[in-house]
Design a protein around this ligand. Structure first.
Ligand code: AMP
Ligand code: MG
Length: 397
């Protein structure tokens, strides 16, 4: 059986970023650039005032209380800019182009406008005061963002500032989710004898969206090969296909067999707890994961394997959650044999993490899992982790 590290390495070796597509900037937040962006223009494109005030020749405003006649106004966006005639000043707004002849701006707060259309300066001017020169931020022809950058809000703004309305990025993976089980009904309906609500469909879809994917199909298959075939075929062409349930060795676990009629299974078990039955494979260009049905197993295996694959499809170079070292605040007990990922609460205090394993670690116990913000990793050969010792922890948020 593969270990967690082996299984993850095998998955990442077989998943590559989706081909880049030209994407409208307003849809690119969080996506990864597959091109390097070079600015065709200077930023700012022209010298302009950084304050509302008066454009002057600094040499003419050397002693406080210099008074000059106001020869006109320059609003931001003005199409024609008068030149500054010697012995005059022009009222100028923030962001307006500097008039020819001016080399400084005196902020309005440092002035007193006189009746009759002149202004007295309460301070002397120095060359370049309150002027933003062309290209002081970005010079035309320079690289502003490199390929591989994740587009955060400031980067989106920068693309717009250099005039880009589209960018080349790996698109959001289109993800199809199939839940399986005759016992499942959608929430909102009354439960009959033996039925439970289909929670995995909701938790998996939420995990996909949180990781940056788009859920295109939310389906339910019954525990028959015919139903599974029909539902699988609706998902042909997805970038990523997830199933939940029906993947272990029960009498009605047909997922692997029906998938194998269409694609190839690379492996189907991993030496971890929860989540031993986990299938991974390919169906044409579709990446396939058969996740276990127990709600916590489904959640945890998504975190450990599917999320990294999804982030790889998106072009991220860091695919995993942060792995930190934390002190246990309580003892954690463990059945040796498989590496375990216990649901836990991690807290940071003065740069150090402590971690507390939660009670109710059953693979069906969603209540405890919903409290967790971390997975505490227990090595396969240990039966106890003592309070005060350190352990590896994956942070989930
Ligand atoms: P299975 O892997 O199909 O044998 O399912 C294992 C356990 O998980 C069973 O108790 C199922 O009822 C439960 N289960 C399977 N799928 C879901 C689901 N979509 N939502 C909630 N529980 C599920
Ligand atoms: Mg089942």
């Amino acid at each position: 059986m593969l270990t967690y590290d082996e299984a993850l390495a095998r998955i990442l070796a077989q998943v590559t970023p989706l081909p880049a597509a030209e994407t409208r900037l307003e849809h690119a937040l969080g996506l990864v650039l597959s091109e390097t962006i070079v600015s065709p223009i200077d930023l700012p494109p022209f010298a302009n005032s950084s304050m509302d005030g008066f454009a002057v020749r600094a040499a003419e405003v050397q002693s406080p209380s210099t008074t000059l006649p106001i020869a006109g106004d320059i609003p931001a966006g003005a199409l024609s800019i008068p030149a500054l005639r010697p012995g005059t000043t022009l009222r100028i707004m923030t962001g307006a182009p500097m008039p020819e002849g001016a080399d400084a701006v005196i902020p309005v707060e440092e002035t007193q406008v006189q009746p009759g259309g002149s202004v007295t300066f309460l301070t002397a001017a120095a060359l370049g005061d309150c002027v933003r020169p062309a290209g002081e931020d970005v010079i035309a022809g320079s690289v502003v963002l490199t390929a591989g950058t994740r587009l955060r809000p400031a980067a989106i703004g920068l693309c717009a500032a250099v005039g880009r309305s589209t960018v080349r990025v790996s698109p959001r993976p289109r993800v199809a989710i199939i839940s399986t089980g005759d016992e499942l009904v959608p929430p909102g309906q009354a439960l009959k004898q033996g039925q439970i609500y289909n929670s995995n469909l909701y938790s998996l879809a939420a995990q996909v969206e949180e990781a940056g994917g788009i859920v295109t199909h939310r389906l339910l298959a019954f525990d028959t090969p015919e139903s599974l075939r029909e539902v699988f075929d609706q998902c042909a062409g997805a970038d990523l296909l997830l199933t939940s349930g029906g993947v272990s060795v029960g009498d009605f676990d047909y997922v692997k067999a029906v998938f194998a009629e269409r694609g190839t299974v690379d492996f189907w078990r991993v030496a971890i707890r929860p989540g031993k039955p986990l299938a991974f494979g390919h169906w044409g260009d579709t990446v396939f994961f058969g996740l276990p049905g127990n709600p916590v197993s489904s959640l945890v295996t998504f975190e450990l394997f599917v999320r990294p694959a999804l982030r790889r499809l998106l072009g991220h170079s860091d695919t995993s959650r942060p792995l930190i070292s934390a002190h246990l605040s309580e003892e954690a007990h463990h059945n040796p044999g498989r590496q375990s990922f216990l649901r836990a609460v991690a807290v940071q205090n003065a740069g150090e993490y402590t971690v507390r394993p939660l009670p109710r670690q059953g693979s069906g116990m969603l209540g405890a899992a919903a409290e967790a913000n971390a997975l505490l990793i227990v090595p396969a050969d240990l039966s106890v982790l003592l309070a005060g010792t350190t352990a590896d922890v994956l942070l989930l948020d």
